[in-house]
Ligand binder design. Structure first.
Ligand SMILES: *Cc1c(COP(=O)(O)O)cnc(C)c1O
Length: 389
């Protein structure tokens, strides 16, 4: 089945594009001498994990469920960071992960002993990390800035120094540091962040006890204008200066521009001269980041509102008046039954979708290098019902 025949709505992952990204990431990995993990929260379509495993070192998780998924389906290095772990989960987490990263001194002290014990039984060394907060904001989007004042994410230098003063054995618990402060950024933002990390935590990084530094995600490595040489140099610098293994855990960069959401025009209505397309895909249900980020997804064969002759507002079947994907223009008049294809729909889409208003979940397809689309998963009424009672 070709892309233009796939029943709508459907996410179609472009495996050739995914592979192109993975090749770039592997090259960076080899040049820099670092390890790269898939941040599963961005893209968890595990049917593609064997392909990803061919290029990357493993994956990272936001908690027990993603950690299990990585353990079951990727089977390589498995890391986890969570702001707070549950006591009933921590042993299982330790039994399926290589690195467990804590967000606070309290969490670290509460669980380091058990993680150390379980890891030791499994022959895993240096598996305990602490997320630090370098307090270096490199972007203006407050909801994506873990460095903003009042952030819960990561231990500030001040808090770290107070904790060390209180308990001098504290550094013995910590094998590595983690920071995650970037979002869709270039390597110049990483350079600024590393400067802050070195200034603030350099003395601790220098310790022989620290074996690794995880630089989180948000590195838009596979974007055309990304400065990969700078990234490689920054990683090399940190490795040499502090004798640490370096990890990167991008999500977006792995499946950037590697998927579509294919949809059909179900109706066209008019209000105040605005032509509105009712689609079988929804921003609120199937691409929530369009409303949350917010952003305007690229649409195949369409332009900015004023660019082409025929202008439409793209919307959906939900009750939410604001469930609008955006205004687009086309060279041709759009008719009921036409298909539209949103681009860059592999990341933060399937992992975030929902069935609000009882909207059906889009099917998931993989498209191979010959353009052949193969159904991976189809959803139905039961998938809606089963979460509700
Ligand atoms: C979100 C997140 C990532 C991945 O971020 P991308 O922007 O998708 O690259 C990696 N690590 C942590 C801790 C995160 O919260």
């Amino acid at each position: 089945m070709k892309l233009n025949e796939v029943p709508t709505p459907a996410y179609v992952v472009d495996e050739a594009a995914l592979e192109k990204n993975l090749k770039i990431l592997k090259e960076v990995r080899n040049q820099a001498g670092c390890r790269i993990l898939l941040a599963q929260k961005a893209f968890s379509m595990f049917a593609e994990y064997p392909r990803i495993a061919g290029y990357l070192d493993g994956c990272t998780a936001s908690g027990l469920y993603e950690a299990r998924l990585g353990w079951e389906e990727m089977g390589k290095e498995n890391h986890v960071f969570c702001p707070a772990y549950r006591p009933e989960d921590i042993e299982e987490i330790a039994s399926i992960t290589d690195h467990v990263i804590f967000n606070s001194i309290t969490q670290l002290k509460r669980y380091a002993g058990i993680v150390r014990k379980v890891h030791k039984e499994r022959g895993i060394m240096h598996g305990i990390g602490l997320r630090i907060n370098p307090e270096c904001s490199t972007q203006d989007h407050a909801i994506y800035d873990p460095c903003a004042p009042g952030s819960r994410l990561g231990v500030t230098l001040d808090a770290f120094m107070r904790a060390v003063k209180e308990d001098e054995t504290l550094p013995e618990y910590i094998d590595g540091f983690h920071f995650h402060t970037l979002c869709e950024q270039n390597s110049d933002a990483l350079a600024r962040t590393l400067k802050a990390v070195e200034e603030k935590f350099g003395v601790y990084l220098q310790s022989d006890r620290i074996h690794w530094l995880n630089m989180g995600g948000g590195h838009h490595i596979t974007r055309a204008d990304y400065d990969r040489d700078l990234l490689v140099n920054l990683v090399k610098h940190m490795k040499e200066m502090y004798q640490v293994e370096v990890y990167l855990e991008p999500g977006e960069a792995i499946a950037l521009n590697a998927g579509y959401l294919v949809t059909e025009v179900m109706d066209i209505v008019e209000n105040h001269g605005v032509q509105i397309l009712i689609l079988d895909a929804s921003a609120a249900c199937h691409m929530p980041d369009v409303l949350e980020m917010p952003y305007r997804p690229p649409l195949k064969d369409a332009g900015l509102p004023e660019e082409k002759k025929y202008r439409y507002r793209l919307s959906s079947c939900t009750c939410l008046a604001g469930d609008v994907i955006g205004d687009y223009s086309f060279d041709r008049e759009i008719r009921i039954g036409d298909r539209l294809c949103f681009e860059d729909m592999a990341i933060y889409s399937m992992v975030k979708n929902n069935t609000f208003n009882g909207m059906p979940l889009p099917s998931i397809y993989g498209m191979d290098a010959d353009g052949e689309c193969i159904l991976v998963r189809k959803f139905g009424y039961e998938d809606f019902k089963m979460r509700l009672s």
